[in-house]
Design a protein around this ligand. Structure first.
Ligand code: EPU
Length: 319
């Protein structure tokens, strides 16, 4: 705990009287990240419902205590020293979703994979290929997540956000979204609306085959049995020597698959995945990130940009 113990206790008491959900001090973030890496958070909150969530955000905002919002912790690396300030989870509080004709509404804490599965089984197309993606709707909207040619902003109608204690609705044309970025600032995503495509029986059958193919391909090319955070780097936007090469392919061509720093290993299956072989620290991962960046830059003249978010490095959050 970086604050004085007294101040922390005072904040803790106030938090406990304000928030109905679970509040903990010093929660180990490795319990809440898909990488299974990360030290303690000063204040860790799992609000009970939407109002509780908004109250928790208000607590930190009004006291100017830094905080971050976390879904399933699936696309981040948390520092070994943890996070100074608060972590507010969306999982329990923001779990509603509904499907009405082609309109789908989902709270930020809903699993993207579950949403993709439920909408597809209701014969709606547009996000079916996101089945198997580990994050939540909130995280996916914030970063315009995508896979196999489908992207959240292709089907997004509106986003309800929390900003300065007030809720408002934003539309895609008000956001500067792009490849793996939703164009948000400090807004917190509460809920999103999507418009999907009603599929005929034939279309549904065709897409089911594609879903099945992708499931097999994912199992073949991604290290699903080890803790990881998905693609570590964004794919470069420009072509290299006339070829459009993915980050994974560049890392592969540098012969880095199987290279390790401590417990962090470049997956043998996919160059753009770093896996935690059991005891990796965030420092191990960052060392490996530097090795990869340097090698790829030396050989191809491209500086790979991180796709995963860093939490607890440099204050509270950076991306
Ligand atoms: N490749 C190699 N060696 C490798 C890895 C890949 O040569 O070690 C080649 C593949 O053979 C393929 C190309 O690189 O020709 C692209 O690889 P892949 O199909 O795996 O796609 P990707 O560009 O690495 C992106 C997303 C993934 C998403 C897949 C499928 C990014 C950074 N990653 O990966 O998203 O699942 O496409 O659409 O955009 C994620 O964001 O966490 C994620 C997994």
């Amino acid at each position: 705990m970086s604050e004085g113990g007294g101040l922390a206790m005072l904040n803790m008491q106030e938090l406990l009287s304000l928030v109905k959900g679970r509040v903990a001090i010093g929660e180990e973030m490795r319990e809440h990240t898909s990488f299974r890496i990360g030290g303690p958070a000063d204040f860790f909150i799992e609000p009970m419902d939407r109002q509780d969530f908004i109250r928790a955000v208000g607590f930190f905002t009004s006291r100017r205590i830094p905080f971050v919002i976390l879904g399933r912790g699936s696309n981040i690396l948390v520092h070994d020293e943890g996070i100074r300030g608060g972590v507010i989870m969306t999982g329990t509080a923001l779990q509603q979703f509904s499907i009405k004709k082609q309109q789908v509404e989902a709270d930020a804490g809903v699993s993207v994979s579950l949403l993709a599965e439920k909408t597809f089984s209701s014969s709606l197309g547009g996000i079916e290929l996101l089945q198997g993606i580990p994050g939540t709707v909130g995280g996916a909207v914030r970063m315009n997540a995508g896979a196999w040619g489908q992207e959240i902003f292709q089907v997004l109608s509106w986003v309800e956000v929390l900003r300065g204690g007030r809720t408002s609705v934003l539309y895609p044309d008000e956001l500067e979204y792009g490849y793996r970025q939703g164009g948000f600032g400090s807004e917190i995503v509460l809920r999103a609306g999507f418009r999907l495509k009603r599929l005929s029986e034939r279309e549904h059958a065709e897409r089911s085959r594609r879903v099945q193919e992708i499931r097999l391909q994912r199992a073949r090319t991604q290290p699903l049995s080890f803790p990881n955070a998905g693609s570590v780097f964004k794919n470069p936007e420009r072509s290299i020597g006339g070829e459009s090469l993915s980050a994974g392919a560049l890392i592969d061509r540098c012969g880095l698959k199987g290279y390790s720093c401590g417990g962090a290993l470049v997956s043998e299956l996919h160059g753009n995945f770093i896996v935690n072989t059991g005891s990796a620290s965030a420092a191990d991962v960052m060392k490996l990130v530097e090795v990869i960046r340097n090698r790829v830059a030396e050989r191809f003249g491209v500086v790979l940009e991180l796709e995963i978010g860093l939490l607890g490095f440099d204050g509270v959050i950076c991306r």
